[in-house]
Design a protein around this ligand. Structure first.
Ligand SMILES: Nc1ncnc2c1ncn2[C@@H]1O[C@H](COP(=O)(O)OP(=O)(O)OP(=O)(O)O)[C@@H](O)[C@H]1O
Ligand SMILES: [Mg+2]
Length: 862
């Protein structure tokens, strides 16, 4: 029977746990990013999708630079059709790739960017005809936007995140995403493969203890598709002596096509309509980026319409040279245009079933993910390939991945616990081999689908210093766009010296070099250290205890006395020579010769400082914009109020109003002339000056009604206090009302004094008092009344002791007073004392109830 290894992850969540800091997840799609936040607060679901500024649940993965401004997500997408060269999309697919591949990705999608090749490995994009940015920096900006969304939803700083990546991302792409996230100030708890996130979301609320299930997840997004077979099952483990069943899931197989997605379908429509336009006009608009951008936008729209309709109209305003383009397409024609793509889209599914040696009948379910799977023809071809197996949509095709990643983020962060458990075994996407020096054979380090995370040690029989290189397994495929199979190369030194030093030893095995690798939960492979291991035997003297008394008395049968007898036996220690196995581990020097995917700390810090600077500029711009808007709207609304509110003439003189109006006009003129380029502080200063004039006027206007209302409330509270005093007299005779009466009189005097002062002041002058002062006095007085009314009655003397009379019944001790008790003379034994106590309605008991109800509001408890 197969040994079950404990899962790499146990999710343990408790909805009651207190969150120390919120965490978030990003499904970093090629076209759309979806952000989820985990924030445990009472009364709200702990995990939710973060809405963007337009209240949408997904945001475009783009950044744009236009006229010195940086735009992100929807704002950036808004200018894509007009300025395609300024809107940077597909940067997720450009990071970590050689320059040649980056350019190929852009041209395949008709993206007219100004690339500057810094080296075969590094390409930058010149944005806005000025600054050069690397794709990692652009991706960092996009991820920074996601962080901003999480923070806006939580209303606090959020740094920790899990970011999903497509399964086909290799070593350099994964490291690039981490570097980009760090540049955005994100602490990457882990990257997560998209299929693992979807599987976690699928399995978290299900029980697999009765039977294992194989589930196939098929995702088609904008630019890629994958099919993954995942086993959901359970294992038993002893917990506190009991057998407990734990659910887990494990990746069994995965295949992908990193170049087929919804965008390919759109591009077929672009080609189709471009040709149609060419037929009509003789112009091939594909040479003109703006025209292509317009076609792309409409093609996407038409494609999505065709998912629900059999026909779609197609119209592009001023496609080329002021000529509009009008056409239409049927679903059938669209399906024919993409005929080869349907076949291609099924291949990952067929391959993965082949890999795991299963037929579709053996699958429990097929779950569709990603926007691309909404296309009816794709669903049809997938269904055909699966035979009778129905396609399922238990998961939200758009949000399952980000929600699963959010669960994982919560699990690996500190401080959040939910009460569900599931183990997760994800697998390595690519096999990795090592080669010693140039001529060594390939040796497998990481087999494909090896469970992650894992630490691996590999021994190399090297007797001298050597070079080592890591490569993607030549038997397997390369990540999309990666040209060189080599991942990294190292020099290991110190082996020669160690061999020279220890070869004369009595070696029990040849000296070897041991390499320690780690494959992280993000799927990033690292060589952490190397050491030379020397195993040898040696004669060593060891102390041996020899008994000198052969006849130890063991007469007693009790264990205790046996122990006594043994320890008391005479023993002698002698030294004996013995052959002992020994191992010496000498750390080797590890030098990185090449690592195309690695980013130095300095490099990341440089990305970060550039992004921080941009964020500062954005914040400054936003503040300036805000301050300008505030001033503009103050001028506009105040002028309107001066014009329309009649009571303003009561609280201001004609002269005051005219002067104020003149200042408002002057500020308005400045705003649209010199003020155009003013700073936030200048706008704030102007606003402050206007408010210094306007606030007293509007305060007086407000006080015109607020003051009498406050006085009315004060009188009301005096009436209430009278009622309370009356009630105390009847029901709470122990309360003295002297203090309340005294303070009530003071309030009456104050009201009279203030009203007579106010009568001498004109309405356009500073009022003698404000409603706020009145409410402060009312509050003080009400507190006094409430405190006085809550006074407890003096305690009744206690019935301290109960003595038993001769007959065995109980009665109060003679001489004790019991003022509240109507029954119970010394001779009464008709009821027990307990019963007598229940009958007494002592003031103390009533107060205790009152106190309880007033100090323990139920709401606070919940
Ligand atoms: N109703 C629909 N009909 C057809 N296609 C659709 C529909 N809705 C969305 N799509 C397509 O789905 C794709 C986007 O899907 P999704 O959001 O899953 O992609 P992504 O996650 O950004 O990309 P990827 O997973 O490739 O990185 C786009 O090509 C979009 O046009
Ligand atoms: Mg996706």
């Amino acid at each position: 029977m197969r040994n079950l290894v404990l899962p790499a992850l146990l999710l343990l969540f408790s909805t009651l746990a207190i969150v120390q800091a919120a965490v978030f997840s990003v499904d970093l799609g090629a076209e759309w990013m979806k952000v989820a936040v985990v924030d445990v607060k009472p009364g709200q679901s702990p995990i939710g999708v973060a809405l963007n500024e337009m209240s949408k649940r997904k945001s475009s993965s783009v950044v744009a630079f236009s006229g010195g401004n940086r735009l992100l997500a929807e704002e950036a997408m808004g200018i894509a059709a007009r300025f395609p060269e300024r809107v940077y999309s597909r940067v997720r697919d450009m990071v970590g790739k050689p320059s040649e591949s980056v350019k190929r990705i852009a041209s395949a999608s008709y993206l007219p960017y100004d690339f500057v090749e810094e080296s075969p490995q590094v390409t930058s994009i010149r944005v806005d005809s000025q600054e050069l940015y690397r794709s990692e920096e652009l991706l960092g900006m996009i991820l920074g936007y996601c962080r901003g969304l999480a923070e806006a939803n939580v209303k606090a700083t959020v740094k920790d995140a899990v970011i999903t990546v497509p399964p086909y991302f290799g070593q350099s792409e994964r490291q690039a995403v981490i570097a980009a996230a760090q540049a955005a100030g994100i602490n990457v708890l882990s990257l997560m493969n998209e299929h693992a996130a979807a599987a976690l979301q699928y399995g978290i609320d299900k029980d697999f203890s009765t039977e294992p299930r194989y589930v196939l997840f098929y995702d088609m997004g904008a630019n890629s598709a994958f099919a993954a077979v995942v086993l959901f099952s359970s294992y038993s483990a002893k917990e506190y002596g009991k057998n407990v069943s734990h659910n887990y899931f494990e990746l069994k197989g995965i295949r992908w096509d990193a170049e087929i997605g919804g965008q390919n379908l759109e591009l077929r429509l672009v080609e189709h309509f471009a040709k149609e336009f060419e037929k009509k006009t003789g112009v091939d608009v594909r040479a003109f980026p703006k025209a292509v951008a317009k076609l792309k936008k409409q093609a996407k729209r038409a494609k999505e319409i065709l998912s629900a309709n059999t026909e779609a109209s197609f119209f592009v305003d001023s496609l080329y040279d002021d000529q509009d383009f009008k056409s239409h397409i049927t679903r059938q024609a669209f399906e024919e245009l993409c005929s080869d793509l349907w076949e291609r889209a099924v291949i990952p599914l067929q391959k993965v079933l082949e890999d795991v040696g299963m037929t579709s009948e053996q699958l429990y379910a097929v779950e569709l993910l990603g926007g691309g799977t909404r296309v009816p023809k794709l669903q049809q071809v997938l269904a055909q390939a699966l035979g009778k197996k129905p396609l399922e949509r238990h998961l939200d095709a758009d949000e399952a991945i980000t929600l699963g990643a959010a669960l994982y983020a919560a699990n690996i962060s500190d401080g959040i616990k939910l009460n569900r458990k599931i183990g997760m075994f994800d697998g390595a996407s690519y096999g990795v081999v090592l080669k010693v020096n140039d001529d060594g054979p390939y040796e497998l380090v990481v087999p494909r689908l090896r469970r992650i995370p894992v630490k691996l040690a590999r021994a190399v029989k090297q007797q001298e210093d050597y070079e080592l290189s890591l490569h993607y397994d030549p038997e397997g495929e390369l990540p999309l766009g990666i040209i060189d199979r080599e991942i990294a190369a190292f020099k290991i030194s110190g082996v020669t010296d160690s061999v020279a030093k220890y070869s004369s030893y009595n070696l029990s095995a040849p000296i070897k070099s041991v390499l320690h690798f780690a494959l992280s939960r993000s799927g990033v492979l690292s060589l952490d250290r190397a050491e030379t291991v020397v195993e040898f035997t040696e004669l060593v003297e060891v102390p041996v205890n020899v008994s000198t008394n052969a006849t130890t008395t063991l007469e007693s049968t009790s264990n205790a006395s046996v122990a006594e007898n043994v320890t008391q036996a005479p023993v002698e220690t002698i030294m004996e020579k013995k052959l002992k196995k020994k191992t010496i581990r000498i750390p080797s020097k590890l030098e990185v010769l090449r690592d195309t995917g690695a980013y130095s700390e300095d490099q990341v810090a440089q990305f970060r400082s550039r992004l921080d600077r941009l964020k500062e500029l954005d914040d400054e711009k936003r503040q300036t914009e805000e301050a300008k808007n505030n001033l503009e709207s103050y001028i506009y609304t105040t002028k309107e109020m001066l014009d329309t509110i009649k009571d303003l003439s009561k609280v201001s003189t004609e002269k005051q109003r005219q002067e104020f109006l003149a200042r408002l006009d002057e500020a308005g003129e400045w705003l649209y002339s010199d003020g155009e380029a003013a700073t936030a502080s200048e706008f704030k200063k102007r606003l402050g000056e206007l408010k210094a004039i306007g606030d007293p006027i509007f305060f007086r206007l407000e006080q015109l009604t607020a003051r009498p209302a406050a006085m009315e409330a004060a009188r009301g509270s005096l009436v209430e206090s009278e009622a309370a005093i009356h009630e105390w007299k009847e029901k709470k005779p122990w309360i003295s009302d002297a203090e309340v009466r005294k303070e009530g009189q003071k309030l009456v005097d104050w009201i009279e004094a203030k009203e007579s002062e106010q009568a001498k002041v004109a309405d356009h002058e500073q009022p003698a008092f404000s409603s706020t002062e009145v409410y402060a006095r009312i509050e003080k007085f009400r507190v006094l009344v409430a405190r006085t009314g809550a006074q407890k009655a003096p305690k009744p003397p206690k019935i301290e002791e109960v003595v038993k009379n001769d007959a065995g019944s109980e009665e109060p001790k003679v001489g004790e007073e019991n003022p509240g008790a109507s029954s119970g003379g010394g001779d009464s034994n008709s009821g027990s004392t307990q019963e007598g106590e229940r009958e007494i309605e002592s003031p103390d008991q009533a107060q205790a109830f009152e106190d309880e109800s007033s100090t323990t509001p139920l709401r606070d408890e919940l």
